[in-house]
Design a protein around this ligand. Structure first.
Ligand SMILES: CC(C)(COP(=O)(O)OP(=O)(O)OC[C@H]1O[C@@H](n2cnc3c(N)ncnc32)[C@H](O)[C@@H]1OP(=O)(O)O)[C@@H](O)C(=O)NCCC(=O)NCCS
Length: 196
């Protein structure tokens, strides 16, 4: 499915990422010009507490991550979108799908600037991402992993009606595992528009 998306983009000679519009957000591909705005988010220890080894990122580390995000998106035809507030044009964070290990499969990922927590934006972006993954990419299931103590992230998974599957050790950390299949999932009727 990623291959067919890549071919769609290649028909016009170069890869063109899908964009998604929700009520309050544009989900668009990242570019290198997002570095400073992304680093404003990733340098915050509270945002990074449950990611990797939990340290806030330097500008150089953020740049490496941004390059990986951009390359993965171009290679697979899907990935993590930049979340841009429609009202202000500000970068609010990211949300999208990443390809985990063979055991994990396609994984939902999200991260918001601290100033954007508590507004329902992660759930809004993640819901559109699931809709895209099932509807546009034809995925059979999407998983989400987080540290057991990352209560805010677990609440997002629960609001999305993802099911708790169990605990395990993934990427070297103990995690809780949630999952939803295409058959179980229902879109919520909120604004969702895919463009190129
Ligand atoms: C995980 C994370 C994205 C969750 O963000 P969040 O703001 O708590 O989640 P949502 O965007 O879904 O917002 C839900 C909250 O907004 C409130 N809210 C306000 N307006 C709302 C609206 N219009 N619609 C829905 N919820 C709304 C909800 O009541 C809920 O509040 P609560 O936290 O008091 O229960 C955020 O904490 C984060 O970026 N953490 C750091 C990165 C991270 O850990 N990522 C996950 C790695 S696995």
């Amino acid at each position: 499915m990623a291959a067919s998306l890549r071919q769609d983009g290649e028909q016009s000679g170069h890869f063109v990422a899908d964009r998604v519009e929700t009520s309050r957000l544009h989900l668009r591909a990242f570019t290198p010009a997002d570095l400073d705005d992304l680093h404003l988010i990733t340098r915050d220890p509270e945002v990074m507490r449950h990611i990797g080894d939990g340290h806030p990122l330097t500008r150089a580390e953020t740049e490496r991550n941004l390059t990986k995000i951009i390359c993965a998106f171009q290679r697979r035809g899907f990935g993590r979108w930049a979340l841009v507030r429609k009202e202000t044009g500000a970068l609010a964070g990211y949300c999208g799908l990443s390809l985990g290990s063979e055991e994990v499969g396609v994984e939902l990922a999200y991260l918001l600037a601290k100033s954007e927590w508590g507004k329902g934006l992660a759930t809004e972006a993640a819901s559109a991402t699931l809709r895209y993954g099932f509807g546009r990419l034809g995925l059979g299931a999407i998983v989400a992993l987080t540290r057991p103590e990352n209560v805010r992230s677990r609440r997002v998974m629960e609001r999305l009606k993802m099911k708790y599957v169990g605990d395990g050790n993934y990427y070297g950390y103990s995690c809780v595992w949630y999952s939803v299949s295409r058959d179980e999932w229902r879109p919520d009727g909120s604004l969702y528009r895919v463009t190129r």
